[in-house]
Design a protein around this ligand. Structure first.
Ligand SMILES: [Zn+2]
Length: 299
């Protein structure tokens, strides 16, 4: 365990469902805080074993063939984090502890080893241990719909919110470490006006055969729900490189990208959040996830 005095003053924890979600949603944020010397920890809940594979030469990795995609995606995630400068990456309960549940409604949702089937407090306990070890002031995850309804994203939301609650309760599993209350919790957001403009630009540039619609994009909300705007312009290049490192899942083309559905989307370097727990900083929208925190009090 790290002594309190050795910890970086600012500590950020992000909880995601699959390798690639972090780079798409928070790549610039992670790169910025890592560059500024904050502790940035990513917890990914599954290996993404159920994903499709874009490059034809890697098609044998899929679950219905050799079922080695999860292992392969650990390597992609490692490369992506290298681009972002993030060194603390963990899988919930260890690599492969929870399997990708597949899209909602698929038979994979019923596999006993999948994340969707995991008992909530059992899964949350793994995250409570991380929270109590690292003592982050800020937690970033998805909304109740997991941004767009994938069961692993919904479950990641549930586990993150439950761990936030349990980690702060000194009576709950004290053997996992001293209680810690995370001061601020954010959900990933995409303002509707931003994505609409971005998709119009994507349609005009036509970098891919088709164009996504707002419903394809996680976390789209009315602009007024956004509390926090992280200007990622300085990190747009490393965000794009991190996304490109997830080559089985993402194709990057200039200022655009596509998932395996080949529908173009804008590669948005500025990242948006909604504060859902804790007090906002003095000015809205916030431009810093740590705004308003008296960090000495949160050592
Ligand atoms: Zn995902």
């Amino acid at each position: 365990m790290t002594a309190a005095s050795d910890r970086p003053a600012r500590r950020l924890l992000l909880v995601h469902a699959h390798p690639d979600d972090e780079s798409i949603g928070n790549g610039a944020t992670m790169a910025r805080y890592a560059a500024e010397g904050a502790a940035v920890t990513l917890v990914t809940c599954t290996l993404g074993e159920g994903g499709e594979v874009i490059p034809p030469e890697l098609a044998e990795l899929t679950a219905d063939r050799t079922d080695t995609l999860g292992e392969y995606r650990i390597g992609e995630l490692t490369a992506a984090m290298g681009e972002l400068g993030v060194t603390d990456v963990r899988f919930l309960g260890g690599p492969g502890r929870y399997r990708d549940s597949g899209m909602m409604g698929l038979p994979e949702n019923d596999r006993p080893d999948c994340f969707w089937q995991a008992p909530l407090d059992e899964a949350a306990a793994h995250l409570v241990a991380v929270v109590r070890e690292l003592r982050p002031q800020v937690l970033v995850t998805y909304d109740e719909q997991g941004g767009y309804g994938h069961p692993d994203h919904v479950k990641a939301h549930q586990v993150a919110m439950r761990a936030h609650e349990l980690a702060a309760d000194p009576a709950w599993r004290p053997e996992l470490g001293p209680a810690w209350r995370i001061a601020k919790v954010y959900w990933n957001r995409m303002p509707r006006s931003v994505i609409e403009a971005g998709l119009a630009a994507t349609a005009a540039a036509a970098p891919f055969p088709g164009v996504a619609v707002p419903a394809d994009v996680p976390g789209v909300v009315p602009d007024e729900l956004v509390s926090t705007v992280l200007d990622g312009a300085a990190y747009a290049g490393v965000k794009a490189a991190a996304m490109a490192a997830h080559a089985t899942q993402i194709t990057v083309s200039g200022a655009y990208f596509a998932l395996s559905n080949d529908l173009g989307q804008p590669l948005v370097a500025t990242e948006y959040y909604q504060l859902v727990r804790g007090e906002p900083g003095p000015e809205l929208p916030e431009t810093d996830l740590f705004a308003g925190l008296g960090l000495e009090a949160h050592r």
